[in-house]
Write a protein that binds this ligand. Structure first.
Ligand code: MSP
Length: 636
């Protein structure tokens, strides 16, 4: 039985279309999975989408879609991008999959049985954008999320808690014992100091909305859904059949969980604690990468500067993009995307070093030997060059295990430089003139072998390029080639070279328009925000008169309104306007009400509609008709 490797990406939220950050994690994970396959590991590579939670529910509602409808649409976009990018995943999991649901419920049940879950009441702040709970002292200016800066909401509801505090010492021991459980080291140290400050029990269910996995039926409590991070983290085992058929469970524990630095805490603290409670082995490596900026600026939709990976791959080529992403930044550090940096990498590393070397080999072999390549005299004349290259290639692999892909590629490029230099220094054209044909053939074969060895090792990162080079040099790029050329340090058999067109034509100018942010915003408006009139009229908006307004004991934001819209009885509607209106002043005020919304439960109260408001820097105001109208009148 060959050794097993299990590689995962985070599962991506479906509130947004894929951007360079998603592509980066996925391409690193894909390269790592291909690296393990090359080395004949039985490899399982998982990616997918994270589809539950308040953030998705709100994003769907903002577009007038059901959460599932919206999740289906965006999940398909992720999958289509990975398919177009030929990402070699073995499983694409969706947290709305039935198997995942069963796996997540089983995990909850086991943790409950093991005494790690208890019922209580949660009171604190919640950032919907990060799907994270915060205490008062963690907030910025008592209100804003310390991670993303957005306004948080106050949550006070019944909740089940996980005894995270009980795992503090066990986690610290794990960090100490398993040296590389979190990489890079600097990130691991941040996790350790966070845990040392003390861990509080974690709220792991939500009761104020529905879009999530229900608690296991055995608990007989259908009010709650699983906290989206518990739901999401379990994907790493449910994808292997945990809680269902256990078909692929032997891949566990994960060899590498690839994550961005912003979600390391969930993976390096909550996830191992959950696993300890489940009595499952812990992941071998949790690897946190940095963030990409664009031209030195943080990317955001509002700035209109988000890098679209599909656009980059179309303009510059997918393989070039993959090379750039993995070569440009040391793993763990932030990186900057600019077309200039990408073009420099393509023209110099890929064009001048790699492409040029292949062209020279094709040219020389055509001229001197009718494209025949014979390696039999290489060791006679140039053993020391081959030995030097083999030593470098052998040590390069260690970098890949640490995900130092930039160093890994740097080492491989040393071989390409050596090959180019050997042609220049040994001058096969002079040898031919001197009648030393065997030596000339050996120089061509030396450089071809160095290129072949390099191509085998960079094939996980640029698979298509490596395969084209192998085809041109006349060998098959597979595990056998890896064993022969890299492990056993052998040379190519006699082959025939096939000329191919230059792989990296020089790029003289930027190939993507970078619209001004303002212009880009207008573009976005054109694509995303224009809807047909029909769609607008899907919402039924009517004039209503507020009969009564009351505060809700536990809420700082909500008022409970009783609104007459001309039906048999007034409707109960909750509205987040408490900070702006005295309840008694609202009686008799006319408002615009969306009356055909599905009822929602907010803080334990049913709400049968939505009162329209407008918000600016001065706060929130109700939208009222300019003159009194009959209740029930249609707004259009
Ligand atoms: N759904 C959670 C993950 C659950 S895993 C059990 C999530 N999803 S996400 O879609 O918001 O983010 C996915 C990944 O994209 C994260 O690893 C995050 O670090 C990464 N990136 C988001 N923006 C990024 C950049 N600008 N640059 C690099 N990566 C970034 O979090």
């Amino acid at each position: 039985m060959s050794k097993k490797a299990y590689i995962t990406t985070p599962i991506y939220y479906v509130n947004d279309i894929p951007h360079i950050g998603h592509a980066y994690t996925t391409i690193i994970a894909d390269s790592l999975a291909r690296f393990y396959r090359l080395k004949n590991y039985d490899t399982f590579f998982l990616t997918g989408t994270d589809e539950h939670g308040q953030k998705i529910e709100q994003a769907a509602a903002a577009r007038g879609k059901s959460a599932k409808e919206y999740a289906d649409e965006i999940s398909a976009k992720f999958r289509a991008l990975w398919d177009d990018f030929e990402i070699s995943y073995d499983c694409f999991i969706r947290t709305t999959d039935e198997n995942h649901k069963l796996g997540a419920q089983k995990a909850f049940e086991v943790m409950f049985k093991n005494g790690d879950i208890y019922k209580g009441e949660y009171e604190g702040h919640y950032c919907v954008s990060c799907e994270t709970f915060f205490t008062d002292s963690q907030l910025i200016n008592n209100e804003y999320c310390p991670d993303c800066g957005k306004v948080t909401t106050i949550v006070k509801e019944e909740s089940y808690f996980f005894r995270l505090s009980a795992y503090q010492d066990k986690l610290l021991k794990w960090y100490e014992d398993a040296d590389e459980c979190v990489i890079p080291k600097a990130k691991k140290n941040e996790v350790i100091s966070f845990v040392k400050q003390g861990l509080r029990d974690l709220s792991i269910t939500r009761a104020s909305f529905d879009w999530g996995i229900k608690l296991p039926p055995s608990l007989g409590d259908s009010k709650h859904v699983l906290y989206v991070w518990l739901d999401a983290l379990v994907n790493y085992i449910s994808a292997l059949g945990y809680g269902t058929d256990e078909k692929n469970i032997s891949y566990w524990p994960a060899s590498f969980h690839l994550v961005g630095k912003d979600i390391l805490r969930f993976h390096a603290i909550y996830w191992p604690a959950f696993l300890m409670s489940l009595n499952l082995p812990l992941p071998k490596h949790i690897a946190a990468h940095g963030w990409w900026t664009r031209n030195g600026e943080k990317m955001s939709k509002s700035k209109g500067n988000v890098v679209n990976p599909r656009e980059v791959a179309q303009a510059y080529g997918l393989e070039n993009f993959r090379y750039f992403l993995l070569r440009e930044v040391p793993f763990g550090q932030d990186g900057d995307f600019s077309q200039k940096a990408l073009i420099d990498r393509i023209n110099s590393d890929l064009g001048n070093e790699l492409g040029n070397l292949l062209n020279r080999i094709i040219g020389m072999s055509g001229k001197y030997s009718g494209y025949k390549l014979d390696s039999s005299s290489v060791l006679k004349f140039y053993k020391k060059d081959i030995d030097a290259a083999d030593a470098v290639l052998c040590s390069a692999e260690a970098y890949m295990y640490e995900l130092q892909t930039n160093k890994y590629l740097e080492e491989i490029w040393k071989i390409l430089t050596l090959a180019n230099q050997s042609i220049t220094i040994y001058e096969p054209w002079v040898k031919i003139k001197e009648g030393k044909n065997e030596e000339a053939a050996a120089i061509v074969a030396l450089s071809a072998n160095l290129l072949a060895k390099a191509a085998v090792l960079f094939s996980p990162i640029m698979p298509k390029t490596a395969f084209s080079i192998a085809k041109s040099l006349g060998f098959e790029l597979n595990t056998k080639a890896y064993e022969k050329l890299i492990v056993n340090k052998n040379l190519l058999d006699k082959t025939v070279i096939t000329p191919i067109a230059p792989l990296f034509p020089r790029i003289e100018k930027e190939l993507m328009n970078t619209p001004e942010p303002e212009a880009q915003k207008k573009e976005a408006r054109k694509d995303e925000q224009l809807i047909s009139a029909d769609k607008f009229f899907n919402s039924k908006i009517q004039i209503g008169s507020i009969i009564k307004a009351e505060t809700i004991e536990k809420s700082d934001r909500l008022l409970k309104l009783s609104v007459d819209i001309g039906e048999a009885a007034p409707r109960q509607i909750l509205s987040a306007i408490k900070a702006y209106y005295e309840p008694k002043n609202l009686e008799g005020v006319q408002v615009c009400v969306v009356t055909n919304l599905k009822p929602a439960k907010i803080m334990g109260f049913e709400s049968y509609g939505m009162v329209l408001t407008a918000e600016d820097k001065n706060g929130i105001s109700l939208i009222t008709p300019q003159t009194l109208k009959d209740v029930g009148a249609i707004v259009k």
